[in-house]
Each structure stands twice: as C-alpha cells, then as structure tokens.
Write a protein that binds this ligand. Structure first.
Ligand code: 13P
Ligand code: SF4
Length: 309
C-alpha cells in the first residue's frame, strides 16, 4: 500500500471509530500526517485527559499510553507497536521504588512520568520535563525524593537551591549520548548558533546550553526567537520537525546518534493495524490506576504546568 492510501485508510477508520491519534515529537515524522496532536509528555497527558474520542491510538512509548489509559479509563488505548518501551522507565520497578522510599521514610516522592503505572502509584506527585521545577516547588518542602531520572533531578536542584533533591540513579540512554565535546565541536562549526538542551542531558551538557527545556518548550523557544542557526541537544525527531516548520533557519542535531529507537518502532502500518484490529490494547490494574491517577492529577492541577494545546 502506498503512503497516500495508508493515510486515507487511517483517516477513514479514525472517523468511523471516533478515534484520536496522539504522537510524541520523537516519533517518525510520518506519524504527524495522521496525528490529531503531536507534542511533549505534558501536552499529551492533558489531551488524553480531555478527549471525548472512544479510542486513543498513542504513538509514543508504553508509559505514555499507560498514562493515557489511567487518565481515560473508559477509553480503549492502543499502542501501535508493542516494542516501544522506555529504557529509563525500565530502570525502576515497584520493588526498587519501595526500597528507595524506605531509605527516606518521611520524604515525599516526585516521580517523572517516564515510569510505570506501579511506580507512579507509589509517588506523591508526578512531573514531566516541562513542569518538574514547578512541581517540586509546589510541595513547599526542604527535602524531596526524585525518580527515576537523576539528570532531570540535577536540573531541578540547580533551579531550586533551597530544596535538597535526593535522586534515584536512572537516566535516559539516548540523552546520555550527548557529551560536552559534541557541543564544543558543533559550536566551532556554527559559532553563532544558540544551543538548546533537554533537561534529561547530563549537567555538564546542560551547563553549555543557552536554553534548557522540554521538547515543546524547545519548539516554543524557536518560534519566539529569530536566530539563524540552532544546535539541538535532544532526540532527532525534534530536529526533523523544526526543519519542516522553519525552512528559513538551520537546525543541527548535536551528534547523529541521538535517536530513541523505542520511539521509532511505531510506523504508519502499525497505526493502521491497531486501528483496524484494535489490538495492542493497554490495560492498567484498577487499584494501581486509581493511585497513579492521584499523582498525575496532582501534577496536572498545578497552575503553571497548564499548556495550551
Ligand atoms: P518530554 O516529552 O517531556 O520533553 O520528554 C522527553 C522524553 O524523553 C519522552 O520520553
Ligand atoms: Fe525513554 Fe529516553 Fe526514549 Fe524518552 S528518549 S522514551 S526517556 S529512552
């Protein structure tokens, strides 16, 4: 089937079945041609909680589809390709999160949404990379536990020096592939470029950034500025989309290994397949979902985390 037919078939099934397609901006850009919304984890969570569709096809990784199911328990949530996991989310499970909490029994736990439903159920509040600082600040405490991403934890720590952040040891292997030397070499080639960095990067990388933000915040930064060249320190999908959106500017991926293969598993064929057969449905245990929902809703209700989508 050629791409045009594939897209037509997907759109036909989408309206017949009252389905919505949500996509993370690290996905293959071909997904955007059928998606109702493409954005970062925070925007996608909000959309999943607001939609009146009967079916949500979540072109992202497993924890995102799971979050959508928790927010919309009566809807059918489908993950186009079952292989789309997240290495960071897999670094902590229910046993490890309980052990982490047990070491510091009185401290609240903030949990990055890049984690399983079971882990979310154990925390006090969730955060995304777009609102982690506001979430921690909202607790009004002097000490807090943060899991699983130690680098996002470091970035929050830098921004909130009066709060002690005790981070778990997880990280994103994709963002870990960015080194300070990569930025220095890119800067030698493009001395006038501004450097935009995702907070999942290591602190020594983040320290070299002119701007640090989630994927949507990076898109917004580019929209609001008019530099000629940008060095992008996050997943390749962001660069692919920026190039399509701003043809008059230059976007340089800091090195060509910044690709999250988990995100790239989902293809248009997979989207069509799940829409047709309604397979790869995501389920979450009712009790786990209820507790995880509290943590996610607490995050969504924080004023400054509101996004316009
Ligand atoms: P954001 O969508 O919060 O920018 O996070 C990036 C990411 O790694 C998603 O897995
Ligand atoms: Fe997980 Fe990193 Fe891929 Fe995001 S980019 S889905 S954190 S492995």
């Amino acid at each position: 089937m050629i791409k045009k037919e594939l897209i037509e078939e997907i759109n036909k099934l989408k309206s017949e079945k009252n389905a919505i397609i949500l996509g993370h901006c690290y996905q293959n850009p071909e997904i955007d041609e059928v998606a109702d919304y493409v954005g970062d984890s925070l925007g996608l969570s909000k959309l999943a909680s607001q939609t009146d569709a009967d079916i949500i096809v979540f072109a992202g990784v497993y924890f995102m589809a799971e979050t959508a199911k928790i927010l919309s328990p009566n809807k059918k949530v489908l993950l186009p390709n079952k292989k789309s996991g997240c290495n960071m989310a897999d670094m902590i499970d229910i046993k490890l999160v309980k052990e982490f909490k047990a070491k510091y029994p009185d401290l609240p736990l903030v949990c990055y949404v890049n984690s399983s439903a079971e882990v979310k159920a154990e925390c006090d509040i969730c955060c995304t990379s777009a609102n982690a600082i506001e979430v921690v600040r909202s607790l009004g405490v002097k000490k807090v536990l943060f899991a699983p991403d130690c680098y996002l934890g470091s970035w929050v720590q830098k921004n909130l020096p009066d709060v002690e952040i005790i981070s778990y040891t997880g990280y994103c292997p994709t963002h870990l592939r960015i080194s300070p030397d990569d930025i220095k070499s890119a800067k030698e080639k493009y001395p006038n470029a501004v450097v935009l960095v995702h907070p999942e990067c290591r602190p020594e990388v983040a320290n070299l950034g002119d701007f640090i933000g989630s994927t949507t915040q990076i898109f917004n930064y580019v929209e609001k500025t008019d530099y000629k060249q940008y060095i992008i320190c996050t997943e390749k999908g962001v660069v692919d989309r920026l190039k399509l959106q701003h043809k008059d500017r230059e976007f340089v991926l800091v090195n060509d290994r910044i690709v999250c293969h988990n995100m790239k598993y989902n293809t248009l064929f997979d989207v069509l397949d799940v829409l047709k057969n309604e397979n790869n449905e995501v389920f979450v245990d009712k009790d786990v979902a209820k507790r995880a929902l509290n943590s996610i809703n607490r995050m969504i209700s924080i004023k400054s985390s509101k996004v316009t989508v």
